[in-house]
Design a protein around this ligand. Structure first.
Ligand code: HEC
Length: 285
């Protein structure tokens, strides 16, 4: 009896996995907001943001418009609302500007976004998209906390507004270096706890041949002059990253489902195999 119970264990385990998955599905988490990769409405909102704000400059070579029917959109809806750079629904998502122009205007060719969510990770992508701030010293007028001095302007400034950055410098300045780094550590934890994104750098400056360590904390000051509130913008970015995750792996949800079905079948077969083994060996031993 004990052995039979043991044999049924994989079945029980696979059932647990299925229930846990069905309850929520894999989630995209970025600071402040979450979006589920099984939530079709979130993916549709993300698709809209993507075609409206990213395809001007970037391509998504491996994504065809007609695949968007996966997101429960009709070919008519796709044609009318989401296709700006072509009128053929079987086309891949091309950029509106040529790589040559982009290089001339921004100093760098915008990378293809097909698999960006995989190489960059969802968390980092979310932080990047929420990390733009006003910086008059840059040619585009924008800088980014996650990718400093990036050539990309803040293309969603209309939605988010104009975030700025507050910089606090912790210098040793004759004080004990440990006191300074403790103060820096406390400031850093406070920024992380308050959910505003921050970036930290350690600078070593030479003065009269001496080196001095400077700790710099850059904290994003959320904008309130956009069409969206900071909360709405966070949620929109979660949708956008969610969609970019889907673009990078359109079959992911199906694959997870198939995996679970296979696990279940294997789980079901195990007690049968165990029973058979016992039957076959019964007379031998
Ligand atoms: C106005 C043109 C333009 C638009 C529109 C645009 N980008 Fe970019 N993007 C660029 C350029 C140029 C670069 C490369 C910059 C560089 O390498 O310095 C870039 C780089 C990136 C990178 C790589 C960043 C890194 O750290 O290397 C990501 C990710 C990205 N863009 C995402 C997006 C997303 C998502 C959208 C839509 C919301 C978007 N971009 C819209 C011009 C644009």
């Amino acid at each position: 009896m004990k052995k039979a119970l043991f044999a049924a264990l994989p079945l029980v385990l696979s059932l647990c996995v299925t229930t846990a998955w069905a309850a929520g599905g894999p989630e995209i988490k970025i600071v402040g907001a979450t979006a589920s990769s099984t939530n079709v409405e979130s993916l549709q909102r993300g698709a809209r943001l993507f075609v409206n704000h990213c395809l001007n400059c970037h391509s998504a070579q491996f994504m065809r418009y007609n695949r968007l029917t996966d997101l429960k959109l009709t070919p008519e809806q796709i044609k009318q609302n989401l296709m700006f750079t072509t009128d053929k629904i079987g086309d891949t998502m091309n950029a509106a500007i040529s790589p040559k122009d982009a290089k001339e205007w921004f100093g760098a060719v915008p990378p293809d976004l097909s698999v960006m969510a995989r190489s960059y990770t969802a968390e980092r992508l979310g932080a990047y998209l929420r990390g733009f701030y006003v910086d008059p010293s840059r040619p585009t007028g924008w800088n980014n906390l996650v990718s400093p001095n990036i050539g990309m302007p803040h293309v969603m400034a209309e939605l988010q507004g104009n975030p700025t950055v507050k910089e606090t410098v912790f210098k040793a300045d004759g004080k004990d270096i440990r006191t300074t780094s403790d103060a820096y550590g406390r400031a850093r934890s406070a920024f992380i706890a308050s959910n505003t994104m921050a970036s930290f750098e350690t600078h070593v400056e030479k003065k009269d041949g001496k080196t001095e360590t400077h700790y710099i904390v850059r904290q994003l000051v959320p904008a309130t002059d956009g069409l969206m509130t900071p909360q709405q913008f966070d949620a929109a970015m979660a949708d956008l990253v969610n969609f970019m995750g889907y673009v990078s792996e359109p079959y992911r949800n199906q694959r997870v489902q198939i995996g679970i079905i296979v696990m279940l079948l294997l789980g079901l077969m195990l007690p049968a195999a165990y029973w058979l083994k016992k039957e076959y060996w019964k007379d031998v031993t």
